[in-house]
Design a protein around this ligand. Structure first.
Ligand SMILES: Cc1cc2nc3c(=O)[nH]c(=O)nc-3n(C[C@H](O)[C@H](O)[C@H](O)COP(=O)(O)OP(=O)(O)OC[C@H]3O[C@@H](n4cnc5c(N)ncnc54)[C@H](O)[C@@H]3O)c2cc1C
Length: 168
């Protein structure tokens, strides 16, 4: 079962902000900028979907200045002066086919082998439905509460991508 899922590097930056940010909810915009309050400022990242896959943990010094700082200036001007204090990297699991989860088994093969993968940076919010759906599929032989078959591997075989419209 060939899964179009691979690890992809993601940067995170800690910024001290001139104005307090501790009231800020977690904010994620349609361009992939993700910001939350952290210590004396914010922690921010902006996914680079063009980055090649692989276990790459190197820090690109231009990620903040070239990609994140302009996006922060546009969306968070109210936080005042921003001072970069730390940068680090980790890995995202990316479904390169359509950026969405692959759930269930391999149609026509190995009917007792299940996957739930490729959440592409938005799997936490799907976790409850995925857990229930997969449990139903395994114990009852089909989805009962929500029909999640659209998220199955069949769409990969059929080359029918099913991307999220706003969250990435
Ligand atoms: C920086 C960042 C920000 C994110 N922000 C959001 C967000 O705002 N909203 C949202 O919904 N989602 C977000 N996500 C995505 C979300 O965290 C993931 O989609 C979700 O955690 C994926 O769950 P999972 O169970 O598939 O994989 P994981 O949580 O990665 O779990 C896989 C587990 O398998 C274990 N494992 C791996 N290999 C083996 C092995 N060979 N043997 C045994 N165990 C193994 C690992 O140790 C791990 O515990 C974010 C992810 C990142 C990295």
């Amino acid at each position: 079962m060939t899964l179009p899922v691979e690890p992809m590097r993601r940067h995170e930056h800690y910024l001290e902000t001139q104005h307090k940010a501790d009231h800020l909810p977690f904010v994620k915009d349609v361009h992939g900028l993700a910001v939350h309050a952290h210590r004396d400022g914010v922690s921010v990242g902006k996914v680079d979907f063009g980055h090649p896959g692989g276990a790459d943990f190197t820090i690109d010094e231009t990620d903040y200045t070239g990609r994140v700082a302009p996006a922060m200036a546009e969306r968070f001007g109210g936080l005042g002066r921003l001072t970069l204090r730390d940068s680090w990297t980790g890995l995202y699991d990316q479904n390169r086919f359509d950026g969405n989860m692959i759930l269930g088994n391999w149609p026509g093969h190995l009917d007792n082998f299940y996957v739930a993968c490729g959440f592409s940076g938005h799997g936490f919010m799907h976790a409850l439905a995925v857990g229930r759906g997969l449990a139903e599929l395994i114990t009852r032989g089909g989805y009962q509460t929500l029909d999640l078959s659209r998220m199955g591997y069949q769409r990969v075989l059929d080359e029918q991508p099913y991307p999220e419209e706003s969250v990435r």
